[in-house]
Design a protein around this ligand. Structure first.
Ligand code: FMN
Length: 169
């Protein structure tokens, strides 16, 4: 089947279930930035690299392409409201959610407690790709939490039914 139009492309992408993340950083002026992203992927084990894609039109684009560090918070199913809040433009994103912020001694990016995992990354590469920019980061620190992941599929948030026993490890 050929790619008929943009809608066909969108429909195909919506057939791929993914997790949901909040990508967060603090700029040099101390301002916090963040957006909801499902484009997260692992890239390399050694070194431990991951990627996320940010739209060039995102208000936080300039902050992320110049950021030296950012966190990728993999959301649990209890964090759907945070996912929706960080997908909105022009709102005070950080106030209500209990993020943990860096200090002068320990200038880490904002980390969201209760996430499945928070990956603190050092920026390694930035690639322009069409109307998005690929951010590649090297993981420096990981914080894990026992929870059930939030899933995005067919344009909606879903819960995962943990029934399958098949495992690759
Ligand atoms: C489930 C979900 C996944 C999203 N994934 C991405 C993504 O991977 N990259 C992206 O740039 N925007 C993504 N968005 C849209 C952004 O979160 C949204 O445009 C946000 O307002 C951008 O923030 P900013 O413009 O305030 O910087 C996603 C939104 C939702 C609801």
């Amino acid at each position: 089947m050929t790619l008929k139009n943009n809608q066909t492309f969108r429909d195909a992408l919506s057939a791929f279930p993914s997790g949901v993340t909040i990508v967060s950083t603090t700029d040099e002026a101390g301002r916090h930035w963040g957006f909801t992203a499902s484009s997260f992927s692992s890239v390399s084990m050694d070194p431990p690299l991951v990627l996320v894609c940010i739209a060039n039109k995102a208000d936080s684009h300039a902050a992320f392409v110049t950021a030296q560090r950012y966190a990728i918070n993999i959301l649990s199913q209890d964090q759907k409201d945070v996912a929706m809040h960080f997908a909105r433009k022009g709102v005070d994103k950080f106030a209500p959610h209990g993020f943990r912020y860096g200090t002068g001694d320990n200038p880490h990016p904002p980390v969201l407690p209760g996430s499945m995992a928070s990956l603190v990354c050092v920026a390694r590469d930035v690639h322009e790709a069409g109307d998005h920019t690929v951010l590649i980061g090297e993981i420096q620190e990981v914080e894990l939490c026992e929870a059930t992941p939030l899933v995005y599929y067919n344009r909606g948030f879903r819960s995962l039914e943990l029934e399958t026993e098949d495992s690759l490890s």
